[in-house]
Every structure is written in structure tokens, then in C-alpha cells.
Write a protein that binds this ligand. Structure first.
Ligand SMILES: Cc1cc2nc3c(=O)[nH]c(=O)nc-3n(C[C@H](O)[C@H](O)[C@H](O)COP(=O)(O)OP(=O)(O)OC[C@H]3O[C@@H](n4cnc5c(N)ncnc54)[C@H](O)[C@@H]3O)c2cc1C
Length: 454
């Protein structure tokens, strides 16, 4: 039997992998008995911020990671597919449908027992009864203290911020235009948002130079929420609040979340000076989130500043952006690439807590931790896929990066093993090289899987 602490993306994925191999799982989830600062429901695997699982094509590392997870029988990928909403080349989901599907999958599995309680002490574990800690960025305080007991002082904190969501009917459709960047759309978006406002999965708010400058000025002078212990040096670079980006320079946002490239306003026939993209956030299409607009401004300030964006003058906010704690261990100091603690091999860490970043990466680490916990119970060896695969590269990065400067990472082609010129022609073009790496990864994963089965 395997005990899993935390019923988030990583915990559910691990539970599924283990239970699918005929081994009993006890899955501990503290909600609703004890709440976190951010979760809103008692569902397992609640997505607390964006509804996007990011790119879904093989020329994109997270697209490759998803494809690998699918070939490993990922339940998170299956439920995401079932809850999919239009989002261009990305995989985005209806958050409620997604977490309900996953909750149902866990609750109905005969080998999974869900216990709604806070775990405050990590059990010792043994080969027959391994433990997986997957309590995420908002791990409860009592358990955080116990993790320090296990891993020593290598317990780190930093802060991220989340994007606001607006009510669809409060968006001025006369000012925004519907389009996916570079026209990459997964389907006829007209079904979800009115047939008369063009094609594409995103609503785009175009800004002229004057509008951008007015917005920028308001943003850099807006009042930030007071954050206890706030340390901007420790923001995750992929999730910077817009006001932090704005303070880096007048054009930083125009080259970041407000970049207009690949978008042409059909009314002017031109690329706008800057753009704010809105992404559908639920299947009913009545909520849209501001893409990449994480913020820690005071809520009243958010309303004031964001209503300067053309199309959002009357916006009603379903949720404001906010700041949260992110708790993770220093993976390279304490973990092996099989997600086991070096000093306590019967205890695994998975998910955001293990030092990865993002929904997909968290679920991927849960998947591998689950496979290896199941291997321990079955008396088999634990192992990780090679670094030529995305899932193996992520595990290697989290356990072997420089511990002195460790920051959680999204999956990128940069942390995967480069193509070997000795093993065949290396394509010159960037896109072709990525596709070649993806093809090599899927083949290598297949070999690894067959090796485990033998
Ligand atoms: C505010 C916020 C915004 C984020 N935005 C994004 C985003 O937009 N995109 C993205 O990819 N990632 C985002 N992240 C990161 C995101 O949390 C992770 O990608 C993902 O949810 C991590 O999955 P997980 O399974 O590790 O943790 P979670 O999904 O958080 O699951 C952990 C579970 O453990 C439970 N738990 C905690 N302590 C205990 C305990 N002591 N006993 C029992 N149960 C416990 C929690 O209630 C929770 O259900 C965000 C995180 C936060 C906090």
C-alpha cells in the first residue's frame, strides 16, 4: 500500500499510476477540513490560477511532455482532454469540469481510498509502504515544519502572482477582435462567443501608442498590496507580476504579455502597438482571463488600471490577481531523479513541492514518482527515463541542477540532452531541431518502457 499526501495534480496522477498496477493507495487531502489561501472548492486537482496547460504541439517542450504523459497512461491528460476548451495551439480546460473528472476518477477507483484530513507528520515508509509527499506550493504550515525535519534547512519560499478574470458580458466587443496569434486555432471559436466577431480562440484588446503609454503610467504608479516578507528577487521569472515587469522598462510589457506580434486588427488591417489577450476560462465562455497578467496590485487599483485597457472599460472582475506563497524543496540537494529522498528512499516528493514549476510538470513528476513507488512495492528497481525524454530531463534537472542557484523550472528543450551529431544529421533550423528532439524522445521513452516491462 502507498500513502500519498496531497490530492492535487501530482498526488492524483501518482495515485492513478499506482492503483492501475493493482496496488492500494491511501490519498490524503486536507480540503475541505483545512483550507488553503487560494483553493476555492473541495475538489481534487483544483486549478488555482490559469486554466491553461500551455502548448500542445511537439515543437514545444511542454507539448512533448504532454505527449509522453499520454503514452504513459496519464489520467491528468485524459481528464484535460475531456474538459478541453478552445485555446489556439494550447491545451486549456474548463477548470470545474477538469477537477470534477479527476475527483470522480479517484473516488470511483476500487484501489484508491480518499482520506479528507491534514497530515502533519510524514510517516517513515518502507519498501512495502512507500510515501509520496505531493502537497504543492501551499503545503500546510504543520507539514512544512515536518518537511524541514526531513530535509534539513533546504526548504525555500518565494512568491508568485495570479491573473485576474473578467465577466465575458462586460467586455466591449466593439473594441476587441477575436484572433489566435499567427492564426493558430484549434477550432471554430464562433460556437462559444458569438458568430459575428471573427475567428480564433482569443479576444484581443488592441492599444495605440497613446493608450499604451497611459496604461503604462497608471501601472507603474499604482499601489501594490502590502506583502509580508515580499522578496522580488525570488519571483519565478516565467510568472512575473505585470507591475514588476513594467518597472523593468517602458517596453518590457510590449515584448512580454502585451506583445502584438502575429496579430492583425481586422478593422485597421495593421498590427496594434500593444495587445492584451483574453482567454476563455470556462466551458460556458462567460469568464475570460487576462493572459500573463499576474499582479499584486491592490484590488481597487487593479480595477482602475485594467479598465484603461480598450474593451475593458466596464469590465467586471470575477477574480482579482493576487500574491501567494510557493513552497518547494531544493531538489538537487535532497532528491534523486526517481523523485526519492536521498536520505529516505521510501519517501518520494512530487509536484510543485519537489521543485518543478507548472501544472503539467507537477503532474509529470507525480506520474514518475507513482511508477517508482509501485516498483518499490513490487520489489522491482526504481528508474527514470533517459534525459533525451522531457519527463526524464525534468527529473534530472530537479535532482542535478546547481543547488546554490536552484529555481523551479518549467520543461524546456534547453534542459534536455542535445542532439548528438555523431548519431545522425542535426537539422539546422530551430523548429526542425525541436521536432527531431521530440521524435527521439518518444522513441527513447518507448524503449525505456519496454525495458521496465521486461
Ligand atoms: C496562486 C497560484 C497560482 C498558480 N498559477 C499557476 C498557473 O497559472 N499555471 C501553472 O501551471 N501553475 C500555477 N501554479 C502552480 C500550481 O500550483 C502548480 O502548477 C500545481 O497546482 C501543483 O500541483 P501539485 O499537485 O504539486 O499541488 P496542488 O495542486 O496545490 O495540490 C496539493 C494538494 O495538497 C493539499 N495539501 C496541502 N497540505 C496538506 C497536508 N498537510 N495534508 C493533506 N493535504 C495537504 C492541498 O490542499 C492541495 O490540494 C500556481 C500556484 C498558485 C499557488
Amino acid at each position: 500500500m502507498v500513502r500519498i499526501i496531497g490530492g492535487g495534480l501530482a498526488g492524483c496522477e501518482a495515485a492513478w499510476q499506482i492503483a492501475s498496477r493493482g496496488i492500494a493507495v491511501e490519498l490524503f487531502e486536507m480540503r475541505p477540513v483545512r483550507a488553503t489561501a487560494v483553493h476555492k472548492t473541495d475538489r481534487l486537482a483544483e486549478l488555482v490560477c490559469s486554466n491553461s496547460f500551455r502548448g500542445d504541439k511537439l515543437d514545444n517542450a511542454v507539448g512533448l511532455l504532454k505527449e509522453e504523459m499520454r503514452s504513459l497512461g496519464s489520467i491528468v491528460m485524459r481528464c484535460a482532454e475531456e474538459a478541453r476548451v478552445p485555446a489556439g495551439a494550447a491545451l486549456a480546460v474548463d477548470r470545474e469540469r477538469f477537477s470534477q473528472r479527476l475527483t470522480d476518477a479517484m473516488a470511483s477507483h476500487p484501489r484508491v481510498t480518499i482520506r479528507r484530513e491534514e497530515v502533519t507528520r510524514i510517516p517513515d515508509g518502507s519498501a512495502a509502504h512507500p510515501v509520496i509527499v505531493a502537497t504543492g506550493p501551499l503545503t500546510s504550515d504543520a507539514l512544512s515544519a515536518d518537511i524541514v525535519r526531513l530535509v534539513g534547512g533546504a526548504h525555500l519560499y518565494f512568491y508568485d502572482a495570479i491573473s485576474p478574470i473578467v465577466l465575458a458580458e462586460s467586455i466591449d466587443r466593439a473594441k476587441v477582435f477575436r484572433q489566435s496569434r499567427w492564426d493558430r486555432s484549434i477550432g471554430p471559436a464562433a460556437e462559444t462567443c458569438g458568430a459575428d466577431d471573427g475567428r480564433g480562440d482569443y479576444l484581443n484588446c488592441p492599444l495605440t501608442r497613446e493608450e499604451y503609454e497611459r496604461f503604462y503610467e497608471a501601472l507603474i504608479h499604482a499601489e501594490s498590496a502590502t506583502v509580508h516578507d515580499f522578496d522580488k528577487e525570488k519571483f519565478f521569472e516565467g510568472c512575473l507580476p505585470i507591475e514588476v515587469m513594467a518597472h523593468r522598462g517602458a517596453d518590457t510589457l510590449r515584448f512580454g504579455p502585451m506583445k502584438p506580434v502575429g496579430l492583425v486588427d481586422p478593422r485597421t488591417g495593421r498590427t496594434p502597438y500593444a495587445v492584451v489577450q483574453l482567454r476563455q476560462d470556462n466551458l460556458a465562455a462567460d469568464h475570460f482571463s487576462l493572459v500573463g497578467f499576474q499582479t499584486q496590485l491592490k484590488w481597487s487599483e487593479q480595477a482602475r488600471v485594467l479598465r484603461l485597457i480598450p474593451g475593458l472599460e466596464q469590465a467586471e472582475f470575477v477574480r482579482y490577481g493576487m500574491v501567494h506563497r510557493n513552497t518547494y524543496v531544493n531538489g538537487p540537494t535532497v532528491l534523486t531523479e526517481t523523485w526519492q529522498l536521498r536520505q529516505h528512499p521510501f519517501i518520494f516528493f512530487a509536484g510543485q513541492m519537489s521543485g518543478v514549476e507548472g501544472y503539467v510538470e507537477s503532474a509529470a513528476s507525480g506520474l514518475l514518482a507513482g511508477l517508482n513507488a509501485a516498483a518499490l512495492v513490487a520489489g522491482a528497481a526504481t528508474s527514470a527515463p533517459p534525459r533525451s525524454t522531457a519527463i526524464g530531463a525534468l527529473a534530472y534537472y530537479a535532482s542535478h541542477a546547481d543547488p546554490a542557484h536552484y529555481v523551479p523550472s518549467n520543461i524546456t528543450f534547453g534542459i534536455m540532452e542535445p542532439l548528438d551529431p555523431g548519431a545522425g544529421r542535426v537539422p539546422r533550423g530551430k523548429a526542425e531541431r525541436k521536432l527531431a528532439m521530440a521524435e527521439r524522445a518518444l522513441a527513447a521513452l518507448d524503449v525505456w518502457l519496454r525495458g521496465r516491462a521486461a
